[in-house]
Ligand binder design. Structure first.
Ligand code: ADP
Ligand code: MG
Length: 577
């Protein structure tokens, strides 16, 4: 079935094998090892999905394109191959576009393939079915966008899309396939020849030797050095080199949230629990695959303290340098090549000053000790710490499970409390801090890795992708969803100040039973009211591998406005007065 379908060509008077757009796209994907498609069927791609499945591609059908798109984006992060999302035209395309923009922002390789309406009618704006100039709309939101008009160009079109997605700084690529293309017929032999197997899609980018020497000189001169690992370092899949470099340097390291586990959070050099201290007091900071964006307060201001700082940055994107502050030692290249070059240039490396290392360690141990008793509480109703204390232990006992995490307080607190032990085991809201990635990420994590997935969701965050519990049940994926249900956004206690009967904008139905949702599709639902019940239910779910949704009943008064980013809320100053 993988090969092009046989058709006869009556014109030539002889039997020649023919192929068409459908088969060429399928053959091109398979030739390049793109064996999974996340999407939502509909006109004009319904048959394409069927044919792709019949040809051995795994086709995962979602309930909404945005979730399929988020799945494709994180598949790209986890595998270093572009995740493929397939949508219908206009509205389906627009739904998928959010995820494509998300992939681009997060530097995840992804290809959004959308069917589109007839060019002749779209361009004259004559009102076609789902008329939209999709290519033009996609362009500003992705790394590259292409349209294929002729079946003979499908091979080149996909090759360009793959290269654009994974080479240099990875990102999202849009591939526009008009309805007519699918049925276009051509000679099978010529079609086969037109396909391209992309060789070395993401070529190594070696750093300049000077830049390596400069970086090592600055790092060696530091009194209070710090290494920050970002999700680019996790993406690079060069885990041994990174670990060896960090350990040989002896320098405290701070993992960004999706870089947790590159080295275990319990590693003696981990400064995760001393974050504010190391940001303030460090004098030289080496960024490895992390940007100085809002998540690091742009490298300046109060959280970075007054002491002068020097930044070293390792990144594949030259334009990233000096984006927020001066980078005294830019190292441009792929992280594997850069870190190996650093290792080769280190020679015998002096341990960093002992007073700095011990100051960081003391701060970290103090903070960990302060937190410990709060994590052991068995309060009913549960608070965040009691519930997260349980999940922390479960992840410690099951370090190869993948943790998906979104919400406000649920995100901020879980990120700090749940230690991660292996690379790429924590995936979350990323650079935009968006809500809605939950079920898409959970599905792709299970599909791409075959590992169990634990999904820790705020009740609000879950709502953005909740319908995909049907998808999880349909494909029988080993996903355990825990919903931290505190009856609302941030909290469930807001009151409508107007005196009308409407609830306040941030509250949901009180005492909602999310666990019933998954039961509708044959999954296992559990209502957990205490940390002990939560622990039993999660362990049972992880043991059985059956789709499970646990409604973890939290105190509606638990949670703070906007979680830890209340400073970004224009009203927060008024409220605090
Ligand atoms: P975090 O949010 O964890 O700080 P960011 O997404 O801000 O991470 O930064 C990731 C950085 O990693 C981006 O600047 C990107 O260009 C870079 N990057 C991604 N992949 C590679 C790679 N293979 N080699 C070098 N840099 C990379
Ligand atoms: Mg909530």
């Amino acid at each position: 079935m993988a090969e092009a379908a046989v058709k006869t060509n009556p014109v030539a008077g002889e039997e020649r094998e023919q192929t068409d757009g459908f088969n060429l796209i399928i053959d091109a994907l398979k030739l390049n090892g793109l064996n999974t498609i996340y999407g939502v069927p509909g006109i004009p791609i319904t048959d394409f999905g069927r044919m792709a499945q019949a040809a051995g591609i795994r086709v995962l059908s979602f309930r909404h394109e945005q979730n399929a798109g988020y799945a494709a984006s994180i598949a790209g992060f986890l595998t270093k191959k572009p995740g493929v999302c397939l949508t219908v035209s206009a509205p389906g395309f627009l739904n998928g576009l959010t995820a494509l923009a998300h992939a681009t922002t997060n530097c995840f390789p992804m290809i959004l393939i959308s069917g589109s309406s007839e060019r002749e009618i779209v361009d004259l704006q004559q009102g076609d079915y789902e008329e939209m100039d999709q290519l033009a709309i996609a362009k500003p939101l992705c790394k590259a966008a292409f349209r294929v008009l002729h079946a003979a160009d499908i091979g080149i079109g996909l090759a360009r899309a793959i290269r654009a997605a994974v080479s240099g700084r990875p990102g999202g690529v849009y591939l526009d396939l008009p309805a007519k293309l699918f049925g276009q017929v051509m000679d099978a032999e010529a079609g086969k020849k037109s396909l391209v197997k992309v060789i070395d899609a993401a070529p190594a980018q070696l750093p300049a030797p000077d830049s390596i020497k400069r970086a090592l000189d600055v790092l060696k001169s530091a009194k209070k050095p710090l290494i920050i690992l970002g999700k680019g370092a996790a993406y690079a899949q060069t885990d041994d080199a990174i670990r060896t470099f960090v350990e040989k340097s002896g320098i405290p390291f701070l993992p960004m949230s999706m870089a947790k586990g590159l080295l275990p959070d319990t590693h003696p050099q981990c400064a995760g629990a001393a974050r504010s201290t190391v940001l303030k007091d460090s004098d030289v900071v080496m960024l490895i695959g992390a940007r100085l964006n809002w998540l690091l307060s742009h490298g300046k201001g109060k959280s970075w303290g007054d002491a002068p700082k020097k930044f070293i940055q390792i990144d594949i994107e030259p334009k990233e340098m000096d984006s927020n502050v001066e980078i005294v030692a830019p190292v441009v290249g792929d992280i594997g090549s850069c870190v190996n070059a650093l290792l080769a240039g280190m020679g015998t490396w002096p341990a960093p000053p002992a007073d700095w290392v011990s100051a960081v360690k003391t701060k970290r141990d103090d903070n960990v000790a302060k937190m410990a008793p709060r994590l052991m509480n068995n309060n009913v109703p549960m608070d965040y710490h009691g519930a997260l204390g349980v999940l922390r232990t479960i992840v410690k006992e099951r370090p190869d499970a993948i943790l998906v995490n979104e919400g406000a307080n649920t995100l901020d607190l879980a990120r700090g409390i749940i230690d991660i032990y292996q690379p790429r085991k924590r995936i979350d809201v990323g650079t935009w801090g968006i809500m809605g990635i939950g079920m898409g990420y959970a599905i792709a994590a299970a599909v791409e890795t075959g590992k169990p997935v634990l999904c820790v969701e705020g009740d609000s965050a879950f709502g953005f992708s909740g319908m995909e519990v049907e998808t999880i049940c349909r494909y029988n994926l080993p996903v355990c969803i825990v919903i931290f249900n505190n009856d609302g956004i941030y909290r469930g206690t807001d009151v409508n100040a107007s005196g009308t009967d409407d609830p306040a904008p941030t509250v949901f139905v009180k005492g909602a039973r999310y666990d019933k949702m998954i039961e509708a599709f044959g999954g296992i639902g559990v209502n957990a009211t205490s940390p002990d019940e939560l622990k039993r239910a999660v362990n049972a779910a992880m043991d059985s591998g059956k789709p499970t949704l646990i409604n973890a009943v939290l105190d509606p008064a638990a949670g703070s406005e906007s979680g830890r980013i209340g400073n970004l809320n224009p009203q927060s100053k008024l409220k605090k007065k």
